[in-house]
Ligand binder design. Structure first.
Ligand code: FES
Ligand code: FES
Length: 409
């Protein structure tokens, strides 16, 4: 039996009236309540955190937003989400995982078929639809068959080579999507009036101890004016610790020192939103030590694990707070250079330490802090580097280098 055609069902609604829609997205059933004007593309990107679906023209011209609806390619910018009750949607996030790519994704990489990559999700799903429905497509027909998606980098030749190779290797049928049914979906439907929450993420259920060498290690020491006792009072309260961490939010106490939560961070144009678990594995009030292991996944398949040790020590009237974090990255977040990811993490710890100090001194819980943004982080890193160069310059002026006898200057 063939799958039903893409809906859309007729819908009547007042402007702004929320409508309930239940769809299966990448194998996971989701229920949303959205105004009729919300397109499928916006529902995927803004309400489910699946930002792999790109928007180019929003007029059905460029094909960038192509997804599979009930097994066939469809432009997500031309469908209203409320018309798709009961539909089965596959986005590029459902096609493969970083550690288990779909053959089309492998071939695009091998043939250098992506430059900026903006059109890539549209091309991947459009090619998937083509090869699923027409596995015997002739190579010379590919330019016309794939002409529904535009590449602004003009990388067509390599895209055609990649699709041609996969077509040749799978004449009896293209393998199905590889990342459906175990995907993390993040609901943030509260952005729309009357919206109701998306289901709980299904990603990380069990916390795992990080294995092997970390991607990078961050060590930060901050001198705080707050007393050791007041600082430890903050560190000993996991809700206060989470409130002090920029972009973090605790959503559930699971008992046994386990917690569920979210964390947001943006680096350059990429905004990552992690959902995951944290567990306190050491809480030593006498030594003022707190060790937390955290693990999260973002909708694009990025995964981060961190083993964080916080130690507070008396330093005069104040406190010295030492943070050591071993960070493990996989997926698209691992694309960032270690140096940049290290700077981002270091800056987050500095902001964390400042918030701990503020909370400890004022005795008032700090309000949620903004996740660190790329520009602020970059600026802070540059300022820190400029200060360091200034210090070196001043040291060099005060202590000019001595030259061994006989050395020419
Ligand atoms: S964004 Fe949908 S076709 Fe261009
Ligand atoms: S690779 Fe840049 S738009 Fe196609």
């Amino acid at each position: 039996m063939t799958s039903p055609p893409p809906l859309p069902r007729p819908v009547r609604a007042e402007a702004g009236e929320p409508l309930d829609v239940t769809m299966t997205v990448n194998g996971t059933e989701v229920s949303l309540s959205l105004p009729a004007r919300v397109t499928l593309a916006d529902a995927l990107r803004d309400h489910l955190g699946l930002t792999g679906t790109h928007l180019g023209c929003e007029h059905g011209v460029c094909g960038m937003c192509t997804v599979l609806v009930n097994g066939s390619a469809a432009r997500a910018c031309l469908l209203f989400a409320c018309q798709l009750d009961g539909a089965d949607i596959v986005t590029v996030e459902g096609l493969g995982r970083p550690d288990d790519l779909h053959p089309l994704q492998e071939a695009f990489g091998a043939h250098h078929a992506l430059q900026c990559g903006f059109c890539t999700p549209g091309f991947l799903l459009s090619s998937y639809d083509l090869l699923a429905h027409k596995p015997d497509v002739a190579e010379e027909d590919l330019p016309v068959e794939l002409s529904g998606v535009l590449c602004r980098c003009t990388g067509y030749r390599n895209i055609l080579s990649a699709v041609s190779e996969v077509a040749g290797a799978h004449r009896d049928g293209i393998p199905g999507p590889r990342n459906c049914g175990r995907h993390v979906l993040m609901g943030h439907t509260a952005a729309e009036p009357g919206a109701k929450s998306a289901p709980e993420p299904v990603g990380v259920r069990e916390i795992e101890l990080p294995q092997g060498d970390p991607t990078f290690t961050v060590e930060v020491t901050q001198e705080l004016t707050a007393s050791l006792e007041k600082t430890w009072a903050v560190l000993d309260d996991i809700d206060l610790v989470a409130a002090c961490l920029p972009g973090a939010e605790l959503t559930e106490h699971l008992g046994d020192e386990k917690y569920r939560g979210r964390a947001r961070v943006s680096v350059g144009p990429i905004r990552l939103s992690f959902v995951g678990l944290a567990q306190v594995t050491e809480r030593d009030a006498a030594a003022h030590r707190l060790r937390v292991i955290g693990q999260g996944e973002d909708a694009g398949g990025g995964r981060t694990q961190a083993d964080i040790l916080l130690v507070a020590e008396e330093a005069g009237a104040g406190t010295r707070l030492r943070a050591t974090a071993q960070v493990y990255l996989t997926g698209r977040i691992a694309q960032f250079g270690r140096a940049l990811a290290g700077d981002v993490s270091r800056r987050m710890f500095e902001q964390f330490a400042a918030a701990v100090e503020e909370t400890a001194v004022s005795g008032v819980r700090t309000t949620a802090r903004k996740p660190p943004g790329a520009l602020a982080l970059l600026a802070a890193t540059l300022v820190a580097k400029a200060r360091e160069w200034g210090r070196r310059l001043r040291r060099a002026e005060h202590n000019p280098p001595t030259h061994p006898k006989g050395t020419q200057r």
